[in-house]
Design a protein around this ligand. Structure first.
Ligand SMILES: [Zn+2]
Length: 660
């Protein structure tokens, strides 16, 4: 590797080694020296007992222009020590990432007089208050300062995603389900809203909600905005499901009858898969925007969904992201109703343990992709291409040679919910427990079908495991052993060993048995799938399976979700031809074989190199330096596809077909 690639990091490394060299040699092993100060007592463990009184919460959303939400909160208290908590661990994010730094202006009063607060010295989400004698309520005022960029904060002048965990403090020491809240929200004039919360009253732009527990409040976010449309997806009066759409522009709310039917099919097919529901009513909260960032966050009776503004108006462009709603809806069963025992916590400041996320998220990804196909949101061809892409991506990701899949379930915490960028995700591994679990659960599904002579499938497991207590939305937790037991009930097999090998051990082999047993093989050729040609031009174009990098194209650059100008190298696969030639992320691709860079000039160069021995010449720029790389690569574009193997039953097609 050329030395210059490390020129930036070299200075930092030098300073770090100075510190290591001097400090231990001077003070290292001597017994004389400081002794540790005891840490403050931990946050009190929550108990399953009612918190006395109801907390009043009033949120003012009228200053959306500044993204400043003003909060007033009245908390019934007793004199003495009190600890108030800002939620730290949010369900669905699997990480302690609720940004406490965005809370400001905290003033606490009792009977009109100020009451001082002191932040805990260890846990930044905890505040100590000494409640004076004779005081029975505390009045709090503070602001939640949402990020001004709507890509980050999901609040614009037209759409707002209100997460209650951003706008409240609650008393430590109690289960979240035992603390009652009476909440109200003041909306900007003319704005509409949608939420799974039950409304008590509405007076102009002031909405009051029925009293609810802290648990349900935080699980019931609210979308609001200027341009709003509600579509009914219910399968009947016993299964009310709604699509609540907020958009930048009114015309983006236009839904064709065909698109509406796909979404209704999703609800129908989910019912057939799970044969149950675990909500009173369900609301898909969907923002369609080119400024408000994308999102997918599950809740019991709703989901926060956000995607590109042309979701309905350019349906063909969205094949890649089409599983968003099916994934989040599946979570109502898998993740919210059934939850790994160590991922369920009594309140929002108890750490979560993520080791079963390959079920919570991984199986949701699998069922989500299956339901996307069964509902018609993706054609069978498109659904197979997505599986091919997942497998191909792992074939170029050598991180699996050192890191087990189960270790990647720690990634939400390691990466602070994905906010810390990774330079080499194909080596570091990232949120692999989502896509790799697609392959593992496909393996399990086809195994059940093979062993049972197609009499049983993972659909039977869905009904057994997620269909229990139909109608209930009280979370039922499970362990690895419970999972194995339910699978064994459906089909006898050594499931413990199956998952031990694929999930818990370092497993360099890409788990492609499900593709093979599904009646297909993974192949590569120069044919780009038709749907990929319609993808958003702002996305990076992947050459990961050929030269080994992704690059921003010429279209609509720098839209926040996909930052970087045309030619920006957004990723380089470890050990790929480009990596070996010296390419790194954040370089700028200027020219290909002495022609100005464009996606098509790069494609042409790869196709031409298939037919001759000349290396591909790339001119790149990093900071002020121009770098010429030659890549000796002649294997073509290598688009992954699944090719039918006639000698094996087409189990994959059976999985992807709508259930009648
Ligand atoms: Zn998920």
């Amino acid at each position: 590797m050329p030395h210059r690639f490390f020129s930036n990091g070299f200075v930092a490394t030098t300073f770090a080694s100075l510190c290591i060299a001097f400090v231990p040699s001077a003070y290292g092993q001597n017994s004389a020296g400081p002794q540790p100060v005891p840490l403050p007592p931990p946050i009190p463990a929550p108990v399953d007992a009612p918190y006395a009184g109801t907390i009043s919460l009033s949120v003012d959303l009228t200053n959306v222009n500044a993204r400043v939400l003003s909060v007033r909160e009245t908390i019934p208290v007793k004199p003495g020590e009190l600890m108030l908590l800002y939620p730290q661990w949010l369900p669905g994010t699997h990480s302690p990432s609720n940004p406490i730094g965005d809370l400001a202006g905290l003033v606490i009063k009792a009977n009109g007089k100020g009451v001082p607060w002191v932040r805990d010295r260890v846990n930044m989400w905890a505040f100590h208050i000494d409640v004076p004698k004779g005081v029975t309520t505390l009045e709090l005022e503070f602001q939640y300062l949402a990020p001004v960029k709507p890509q980050q904060g999901r609040i614009s002048n037209k759409i707002a995603d209100l997460t209650w965990n951003s706008v409240l403090l609650y008393p430590a020491g109690y289960f979240a389900r035992r603390i009652q809240f009476a909440s109200e929200l003041r909306l900007p004039g003319g704005w509409k809203f949608a939420t799974s919360l039950d409304v008590k009253s509405q007076n102009g732009n002031l909405v009051q909600f029925k009293d609810t527990s802290l648990h349900t409040l935080i699980d019931s976010p609210l979308y609001a905005g200027i341009n709003y449309k509600r579509a009914d997806l219910s399968t009947g009066p016993d299964n009310p499901v709604y699509l609540d759409v907020f958009a930048d522009q009114p015309e983006q709310l236009e839904i064709t009858p065909e698109e509406l039917q796909y979404h209704k099919n999703l609800v129908i097919q989910a019912q057939k898969l799970f044969n149950s529901r675990h909500y009173d009513h369900y609301d898909f909260l969907l923002s369609l925007s080119d400024t408000v960032g994308g999102k997918g966050l599950e809740h019991h009776q709703s989901s926060e969904d956000g995607t590109r503004a042309n979701y309905f108006t350019d349906w063909a462009a969205g094949v890649a992201g089409r599983a968003l709603l099916p994934h989040e809806y599946t979570h109502s069963w898998n993740g919210k109703f059934r939850r790994p025992a160590d991922l369920w916590t009594a309140n929002f400041n108890v750490p979560m343990q993520n080791d079963l996320l390959w079920v919570y998220e991984g199986l949701t990804n699998y069922y989500g992709n299956v339901l996307t196909a069964r509902s018609g949101m993706r054609t069978p061809d498109e659904a197979r291409d997505v599986i091919a892409q997942i497998a191909a991506n792992f074939e170029t990701s050598p991180g699996r040679t050192w890191r087990s899949l189960v270790d990647t379930t720690n990634q939400p915490i390691v990466s602070s919910h994905g906010t810390l960028p990774q330079n080499w995700p194909s080596w570091q591994r990232s949120f692999d427990y989502y896509p790799e679990s697609d392959l593992i659960w496909l393996d399990a599904d086809t195994k059940i079908r093979e062993l049972s002579n197609s009499q049983k499938s993972l659909d039977d497991f869905a009904k057994l495991f997620f269909g229990m207590n139909n109608g209930s939305y009280v979370t039922a937790t499970y362990t690895f052993e419970d999972l194995v037991k339910a699978l064994t009930t459906v089909q006898s097999y050594d499931w413990t060993e199956f998952f031990r090998t694929l999930v818990y051990q370092v497993n360099p082999q890409v788990p492609e048995n499900g593709i093979t047993r599904g009646g297909y093989r993974l192949v590569y050729n120069d044919t780009e799938p038709e749907w990929m040609k319609h993808m958003d031009k702002s996305r990076s174009t992947s050459f990961a399976t050929s030269l080994g990098f992704t690059v921003k194209g010429e279209g609509n650059a720098d839209d926040g979700d996909n930052p970087g100008a045309a030619g920006t190298i957004t990723g380089v696969s470890w050990d790929s031809p480009a990596f070996k030639a010296g390419m790194t992320p954040e370089m700028q691709l200027e020219a290909v074989n002495d022609q100005a860079f464009s996606i098509s000039s790069l494609r042409q160069a790869i196709l031409a190199a298939e037919k001759n021995n000349a290396p591909i010449k790339l001119l790149l720029k990093r900071d002020k330096e121009f770098i010429t790389l030659t890549v000796d690569y002649h294997a073509g574009l290598r688009y992954p596809h699944l090719e039918r193997v006639e000698s094996i039953p087409d189990r994959l097609d059976a999985i992807l077909a709508a259930v009648e």
